[in-house]
Ligand binder design. Structure first.
Ligand code: NAP
Length: 304
């Protein structure tokens, strides 16, 4: 039996692992895809204290190495449920069940979809949710980025380095993202911003995206934007539905926790972006992870 099973190997989950391991607990991290979570896809992190410039991939790699060196086991598998046993919990995964005394859920968020017909079938054929992953396919070509938050701004800035033209499509007349990114974007010759615009439909040639039908929300006029690629960066939604029984959720599906990250069910803690909170940043994810690791360890000590 492990002391603590952490579901999700992003910054929150891995930081929880560091604090749990340093408190002398045995830790199993269960991760569905790659460790590092969403931060892996961030081209450049410039707002993490004491690290003025580091790529998301480098940050994730260093964090994973740190956790492995401290002695965590990492299982690459999908967790499906957390079952209460007489003593502790069993986490059921694709690879079978794993027993533990305490569980930390750090499942993070996933990309929100536009939910326009054909969106899913165009992924990999012109539509992407990750400029770092797929941007290179669009070198010297024209792309659009949907969204006006920090994700959209940083994706657009990254793409502007090598794409012929980048058009940011924003549904309101203001950006939600930070001024420091907006100022950099405004200074780029190959970037234009369409405010008050919504994507209504996709234009395709065979199976490939070739353009967008947009609607100006002020005039109600529809118009066509020819593009080779569309990067959708319109926010994220919590990956919480699998573990809906462990804690209350808010109306958007984010887990509601106490200040010590504890869930409604005793011995279960929740950390990171999947939790209801006012600010979702790398710094707040690792903060949650530290608190969850400390309080899960204290919970185990209280069982003795
Ligand atoms: P976000 O801040 O929620 O912004 C989402 C953007 O997409 C908003 O402009 C929103 O418009 C728009 N949008 C939402 N649904 C839409 C739809 N159906 N159609 C068209 N537009 C839609 O999400 P995010 O940019 O992914 O950022 C998430 C969190 O990560 C934020 O806290 C952000 O600060 C953080 N983040 C930080 C950095 C960094 O370097 N500091 C980088 C990336 C992300 P409205 O404004 O009209 O709602």
């Amino acid at each position: 039996m492990h002391d603590i099973i952490i579901i999700g190997g992003g910054p929150a989950g891995l930081t929880a692992a560091i604090y749990s391991l340093r408190a002398g607990k045995s830790v199993l991290v269960i991760e569905r895809e790659n460790t590092g979570g969403q931060i892996v896809y961030s081209p450049l992190i410039e707002n993490y204290p004491a690290l003025s410039r580091i790529s998301g991939a480098e940050f994730a790699q260093q964090l994973t190495s740190q956790v492995e060196e401290l002695g965590a086991a990492i299982e690459y598998s999908e967790a499906h449920s957390v079952l209460k046993k007489e003593f502790g919990y069993t986490v059921l995964t694709d690879m079978g069940g794993f027993d533990c005394k305490s569980v930390i859920i750090a499942t993070g968020v996933r990309h929100r979809r536009l939910n326009i017909e054909g969106e899913q079938s165009l992924v990999g054929a012109g539509i992407s949710y990750c400029a770092v992953c797929d941007g290179a396919f669009f070198r010297n070509r024209s792309v659009a980025v949907a969204g006006g938050g920090n994700s959209a701004l940083t994706e657009a800035l990254f793409l502007a380095n090598f794409c012929k033209k980048v058009t940011l499509i924003v549904r309101r007349d203001v950006l939600r993202g930070e001024a420091c990114y907006a100022d950099k974007l405004f200074a780029k010759d190959n970037v234009s911003i369409l405010f008050n615009s919504n994507i209504k439909d996709f234009i395709r040639d065979d199976r490939k995206l070739t353009g967008l039908i947009l609607k100006d929300n002020i005039t109600d006029q529809q118009f066509v934007l020819d593009i080779d690629g569309l990067f959708i960066a319109i926010g994220r939604e919590p990956q919480s539905e699998t573990f809906a029984d462990v804690s209350q959720m808010d109306e958007k599906g984010y887990f509601v926790t106490r200040e010590d990250m504890s869930a409604d069910r005793e011995g279960i803690f929740i950390a990171g972006d999947c939790r209801k909170k006012p600010v979702r940043q790398l710094t707040t994810a690792v903060s949650d992870g530290a608190i969850a690791g400390i309080f899960a360890s204290r919970y185990i000590d209280s069982l003795k």
